[in-house]
Design a protein around this ligand. Structure first.
Ligand code: GDG
Length: 458
């Protein structure tokens, strides 16, 4: 079996630092099975940028290889086309997207230069696995360097319908470049279907069924491979001493009251202002919850350099002040908004101490918080997940309370049914979801993609 070469914007960590997510766990598992390379951006900006020396670090069978970016690369590729053009467009937010050909060119250049630097490290029987919206055109660059190895690609975020994607300048050329991959994986059936429709409607492709597409002379696989978490490990985290300590602190603070928990990076796709409004509506429409139920929102800051994110944070600070000013009492604060991050074990304890997990993105590839919340619950007395129908996770978690995040009334009603749900029903719903999470975990996810791409003959 050949080595695996993983390409993603950020690399590692290879060891459990307490902060690594399920994705890192899945990739490390895949990498340590065969040995290989993990290639990407170092997270640093320097004068030489990606022309500079490769930064190498080896841990057992895995070689991490990282490159810097120049300031111009960072502005055009990372902060520019990836995060100001692709991120909004792929999350159905044309209104927020910046269209500027300079950014697109910068993005294509960085993809090409990264491919040029990786090329010489590739061996004949390697399998290559490229991740996410930062590297849509990377595969085509590798192909033009005569790299003929099997290449898989996985998109972690949504893929919008062709009617919408067509608004992106040069969308056809970008998607055509993606067809250089042998296998293109998506989070949901809906995303995979949107992609196939684009290829058929805009690029004269033929849908052969079972996720196979024929375009020009070649064939590609475009299927859904919903990402999983390391459910068993996460459920053990929730019983670790760290988790217990945090649970105990919270439970003391709550004094028998119930808590709703939200955990999200600050991002407009996560629907945070809508969520705060829905919680306010809960207190208005179901006044029995006043003094009894609080919302804790954990929001580690992300991509702080983007204006849109500064604006959301300001809005959330204001809404917190408004709701707390309106409803707070001597011994009860309705919303606690924490803009900091916690170690994973502490987070698991916080989930476990919360009766409701509130996950209401306006659009999300999958949403791992939904899965982690379920994995962290006590089997004998589990909490309830209230989940947006627009999170990819909703496709495989029908036993959650599914809501439309744009409707404050509907989310409030969903919260009320979660808060009042009888123990037996909570257990039934939870057990089905937990068993499924353990079966379709992160390792199963990466193995099924690797199995399918290995079966491809070029
Ligand atoms: C993209 C897609 C898709 C959050 N706060 C803390 C913390 N986190 C961890 C969570 C979870 C991860 O961050 C967030 O994952 P999500 O899936 O919710 O969202 P994105 O970051 O937008 O990820 C998404 C995902 O890729 C995977 O394919 O599901 O749809 O947008 O693991 O636990 N971790 C720690 N402290 C925190 O305070 N340690």
């Amino acid at each position: 079996m050949g080595r695996l070469v993983v390409v993603s914007n950020r690399v590692g960590p290879l060891k459990d630092t307490g902060r690594a997510g399920g994705l890192a766990v899945a990739l490390v598992d895949a990498l340590t099975q065969t040995g290989g390379i993990w290639f990407g951006w170092s997270g640093e900006v320097s004068e030489e940028g990606s022309f500079g020396q490769l930064k190498m670090q080896k841990s057992r069978k895995v070689q991490m290889v990282q490159l810097d970016l120049t300031q111009a690369d960072y502005d055009e590729y990372y902060a520019g086309y990836a995060n100001r053009t692709l991120w909004p467009v792929l999350h159905y937010r044309l209104d927020l997207a910046v269209f500027d050909r300079r950014l697109e060119q910068g993005y294509r250049h960085v993809n090409e230069r990264f491919a040029t630097r990786l090329g010489p490290l590739i061996e004949a029987d390697d399998i290559i696995w490229v991740h996410d919206y930062h590297f849509l055109t990377f595969g085509a660059n590798l192909r033009s360097m005569e790299v003929n190895n099997p290449i898989a690609f996985f998109l972690h975020i949504p893929f919008p319908p062709p009617e919408m994607l067509a608004a992106l300048p040069n969308a056809g050329s970008i998607v055509r470049a993606m067809l250089a991959y042998d296998l293109i994986g998506f989070q949901t059936e809906r995303d995979a279907d949107n992609f196939r429709r684009f290829v058929v409607e805009e690029l004269e492709g033929i849908d052969l069924g079972e996720g196979r597409l024929k375009v020009g002379g070649g064939e590609v696989i475009a299927r859904a491979y919903p990402i999983g978490i390391d459910a068993e490990a996460f459920s053990k985290f929730a019983m670790s001493p760290d988790a217990r300590r945090n649970m105990a602190r919270l439970e003391q603070l709550l004094g028998g009251r119930q808590q709703i928990i939200g955990v999200d990076r600050i991002d407009y796709s996560k629907g945070l202002p809508e969520r705060f409004r829905a919680f306010e509506r809960l207190l208005e429409d179901y006044p029995e919850n006043r003094g009894r139920v609080s919302l804790m929102q954990v929001a580690p800051p992300s991509r702080a350099e983007l204006d849109a994110y500064i604006e959301i944070r300001r809005e959330l600070d204001e809404m917190t002040g408004h709701v707390n000013g309106r409803f707070a009492d001597l011994d009860w604060t309705p919303i606690r908004f924490l803009t900091k991050s916690f170690p994973r074990r502490a987070l698991a304890g916080i989930y476990r101490a919360s009766r409701v997990g509130l996950v209401t993105p306006l659009r999300d590839g999958m949403n791992l918080v939904a899965k982690e919340y379920v994995a962290a619950q006590r089997a004998e007395d589990p909490g309830v997940l209230v989940l947006s129908r627009f999170a990819g996770a909703a496709e495989g978690m029908k036993e959650a309370v599914i809501v439309n995040p744009h409707s404050a009334e509907e989310v409030a009603a969903g919260l009320q049914s979660a808060i009042t749900m009888p123990l037996e029903e909570r257990r039934d719903r939870w057990q089905i979801m937990f068993d499924r999470l353990c079966r379709d975990d992160a390792v199963a996810w990466s193995r099924s993609i690797m199995e399918d791409v290995r079966a491809v003959r070029r």
